[in-house]
Write a protein that binds this ligand. Structure first.
Ligand SMILES: [Zn+2]
Length: 334
C-alpha cells in the first residue's frame, strides 16, 4: 500500500521504500532511513543531525556546514535535475527558487508521480531562478503565504524602495541595518547593493560564512565581515550598509533598522519593513498548482486549510491539508 502523509516530516511509502523529506525533531531515524533535505534553512535541516542516509544538493550541505561550523557524514549530494533510485522510486531534484541550492523533490514510482516542493519561490531574484514547474499526480505544496491578502509587489519595485530608503538614512548620518536570516535573503540584499550602488556592505560573521558558499558557487558577492578590522572600521565610520542575522548582535549606535520579509505586508511597527520574500505569494502558488495539474494537492505549513479550499474552488482540483500518515484511508492509492 502506498502512502503520502505527515510523520515528523513528509513521508512517502511506496513498495518497500520509505522516503522522508525534511524531517523534524521527534522521530527516531536509524541508518536504514532515506532522508531528503530541500534547503539549508534551520527548520528544514534536522535530518542532517540524524544517522539516516541523507540526500541534498551540494550547496545546501555546504551552507548548513558553514552556518553550524560542523561536518555532516552520510550525505550524498546531487545536482539539480539529477536523480537517485531508491527501491521502486526514482527521486529527482528540481530547482525551488527559494535560496541557493534549494530544491523540490519529484518522486516517480510505477504507480504515480509526486512532487514535494519544500519552500518555493516562482520569480527570478538576484541570486536564484524561479522554481521549475512540472506536472504530477500528487503535489505536496507549501502554504506559507497561501492567503489572498499576500500579493507581493514586483521585485524591481521593492529593490528600488530599499535603495531609496537606504540613501535617505545614510544622508541623515545613520547606518541602514537589515536584520534578516543567515542565508538566502541576506545574500540577495548584498547582491542588490553590489549591483546597483557602490555602498560598502558589512555582514556579521554568520552571514559572511554563508556568503562564502555563495561565492564558491559563482554568486558574486562583495562584502566586509564585521569581525575584521576593515569591517569594524566601516561600521564605525558609517557610509555603509550593515546586514545581520542576530537579533542580539551589537548594532552600530546610529543603526536604522529594517527587515525584509513577506510578513511586512502585515502591520510592522517596530522598524521599517520591506515585503521582499523568498516564498511564493498567493497568486504564484495558485499558478504553480494550476501548471502542475495534479489529481490531488496536499498543503503543508501556513494557510493549509484556506489554500486547500481556494485550490478546490478556483481550480477544481481536490486539495486538503497534508494528513497524518496514520489516516491511511485518505492516502491509499490502491
Ligand atoms: Zn526556507
Amino acid at each position: 500500500m502506498d502512502k503520502i502523509g505527515w510523520a515528523n516530516g513528509i513521508l512517502i511509502e511506496t513498495g518497500k521504500s520509505r522516503l522522508l523529506f525534511d524531517p523534524t525533531p521527534g522521530r527516531r531515524l536509524n541508518p536504514e532511513w532515506n532522508v531528503f533535505i530541500t534547503h539549508a534553512h534551520s527548520d528544514h535541516t534536522y535530518g542532517f543531525r540524524t544517522p539516516a542516509k541523507k540526500y541534498s544538493t551540494y550547496e545546501t550541505l555546504h551552507i548548513h556546514q558553514a552556518l553550524r561550523n560542523c561536518e555532516i557524514k552520510r550525505t550524498q549530494t546531487l545536482r539539480l535535475e539529477e536523480s537517485v533510485k531508491i527501491g521502486d522510486a526514482e527521486v529527482t531534484l528540481l530547482n525551488a527558487g527559494h535560496m541557493l541550492g534549494s530544491c523540490q523533490f519529484e518522486i516517480k514510482t510505477p504507480k504515480f508521480t509526486a512532487i514535494y516542493t519544500g519552500d518555493i519561490n516562482c520569480v527570478d531574484t538576484l541570486t536564484t531562478k524561479a522554481a521549475e514547474q512540472r506536472s504530477c499526480d500528487y503535489l505536496i505544496v507549501e502554504g506559507t503565504y497561501g492567503h489572498p491578502s499576500y500579493s507581493f509587489p514586483r521585485r524591481n519595485t521593492m529593490y528600488a524602495d530599499i535603495i531609496r530608503w537606504t540613501m535617505m538614512e545614510m544622508k541623515s548620518g545613520r547606518v541602514p541595518t537589515f536584520q534578516v536570516y543567515s542565508a538566502g535573503k541576506p545574500q540577495e540584499v548584498v547582491r542588490l547593493f553590489n549591483m546597483y550602488t557602490k555602498i560598502p556592505v558589512v555582514c556579521n560573521p554568520t552571514i559572511s560564512h554563508a556568503n562564502s558558499v555563495y561565492v564558491e558557487n559563482d554568486v558574486n558577492l562583495e562584502f566586509l565581515d564585521s569581525s575584521t578590522p576593515d569591517g569594524k572600521k566601516a561600521l564605525r565610520r558609517g557610509g555603509c550598509v550593515y546586514v545581520t542575522s542576530g537579533r542580539s548582535d551589537h548594532l552600530p549606535h546610529n543603526a536604522s533598522k529594517a527587515v525584509a520579509t513577506g510578513w511586512a505586508l502585515q502591520a510592522f511597527r517596530s522598524c521599517t519593513a520591506f515585503p521582499l520574500s523568498s516564498h511564493a505569494d498567493f497568486d504564484q502558488l495558485i499558478r504553480f498548482v494550476s501548471h502542475a495539474n495534479p489529481r490531488r494537492v496536499y498543503v503543508f505549513t501556513g494557510y493549509t486549510d484556506l489554500l486547500a479550499k481556494q485550490i478546490e474552488s478556483r481550480l477544481g482540483i481536490e486539495a486538503s491539508p497534508l494528513p497524518a500518515i496514520t489516516q491511511t484511508k485518505l492516502l491509499d492509492f490502491n
